[in-house]
Design a protein around this ligand. Sequence first.
Ligand SMILES: Cc1cc2nc3c(=O)[nH]c(=O)nc-3n(C[C@H](O)[C@H](O)[C@H](O)COP(=O)(O)OP(=O)(O)OC[C@H]3O[C@@H](n4cnc5c(N)ncnc54)[C@H](O)[C@@H]3O)c2cc1C
Ligand code: SF4
Ligand code: SF4
Length: 478
Amino acid sequence: MTNQRPIKTVGDVVAQHLCTSCGACAGVCPEEAVGMALTRFGILAPVIDHDRCTICGLCVQVCPGHSFDFVAQHNRIHGTLPEHVALGPCLEVYTGYTRDEEILRVSQSGGAVSTILLFCIEKGLIDGAVVTRWQKEKPLVAETYIARTREAVLAATGSKYNPVAAAESLRTLLATPGRFAFVGTSCQIQAMRKAELIYPELSDKIALYLGLHCLGVFTYHFHGQVLHKVGLGHEQVAYFRQRDKVWRGWPCDMRIVDKQGRVFDIDAKQSRLDPRSFFTAWRCQLCFDKANEFCDLSFGDCRIASMHALHARNGHDLLKGLSEFVVRTERARGIIGQLIGGDRMVLEPADSDAIARSIGVAGKKLGLNTFPSVARMFRLGIPAYGVRFAVAGKRHSRRSRLAALWDVIASAYWCYVYLLLQYGWFRRAVMRIPHAWIWSFTRRSGRRVEWVEHGADSRLRMVSENRWEGDGSGGFSE
Ligand SMILES: Cc1cc2nc3c(=O)[nH]c(=O)nc-3n(C[C@H](O)[C@H](O)[C@H](O)COP(=O)(O)OP(=O)(O)OC[C@H]3O[C@@H](n4cnc5c(N)ncnc54)[C@H](O)[C@@H]3O)c2cc1C
Ligand code: SF4
Ligand code: SF4
């Protein structure tokens, strides 16, 4: 896959709707000529001060939005291409939760990320961790910072499902002595991995990458929508959490508290699942990396029924949350080795194929056989990864052709909605539509993931049997 139009500046990345909002371009610029601002499409994107810009090109080099060399980065970081094509590099997989009740209460899943961060800080393996919280004074604005204490780590618990410019922390990281962990989504970690090519000292400075499994983010238009539904203005919000355990426990509903102390608990279907088909950032559809392959340890919510049953049998209240995670590197394996059998976490080994199905990694990768055709139709950019994920089996049967046609139609829907939401009249119209109607249409394109659960779809089976098509050589251009 290559771009139709050349990328000369990060302005081109934004114009071709390829920006992931990671913030690396702002963090890398030596002249501090790049800032991040909200666009009319509801994402964060770079704004360049042309009086300061010296056209050094660092921002384009570090940007994962237009390209990421899948093969070269795997070879550099892991020494080889992953055996498990769907899941990525995988030494061990676990499900589990923290034994620290305070962390478990405020964390997103099983509190694995925060517990591991605190363990590493206490053991002196790192001096701090780059984490992201909603600002106290502005609870709808995310900020990324270095946490060095328990209080600072706990202030960042919970997932922020909107664009976050966490890689903007690059400048602070380079200027701060010490070794750190970096917590981020796949595109943020891809940005840091590209930055390591420019600043080799980063590879030592970031002692541990903790990656979040990531299906995609909601554009910030989503905030406008949900606040409208509960009758609040942005300025009235005192607390906002997309997924909060406090009402009905994990896997969580939304909680908003206004400045008068009124609490709004919103059912997950209304606040997260159905709205997804309106507010997903378009660039996320062109992303292959749901499982965060380029980190040391990747984390998500555990959705494996047999593991739920096992932990429940052992006395865990699932409403408190459960994590699953993939150990990808030796340095991560060393840390998990120290945690096993200790008093900080309950950990149970799991099956890598079950985790791959639970994350839905193959579905995201196979989306790259559809969404780029739609991008081409709309004259939008296509990221260059230098690799193609195979769809094997009876590809040319009537059924598979019809399924592919349906996928293109459903994918075009996601693109149309993303583009139209820039207009106030369309946003107002969307507020009147019951989200469930649209979701029942678009979720068809996700059926492939269900099929593999039942073992009936050859396309996904082939992917999880580690079949490659092309090795990425020759097709990649930076
Ligand atoms: C945008 C997004 C999409 C996700 N999609 C999925 C999914 O589809 N399936 C799935 O299983 N899991 C997904 N996750 C991961 C999941 O929601 C949890 O974050 C993960 O299981 C870790 O839970 P925990 O209890 O161990 O983390 P906690 O102990 O609660 O710590 C969470 C950590 O994540 C960091 N963080 C939160 N949001 C962001 C952000 N936007 N950018 C950078 N850092 C952040 C915080 O700094 C904190 O350190 C997603 C997370 C995000 C942010
Ligand atoms: S570096 Fe990140 S924020 Fe900057 S243009 Fe690229 S994807 Fe967007
Ligand atoms: S889906 Fe990919 S591009 Fe979108 S936020 Fe997640 S990691 Fe970034």
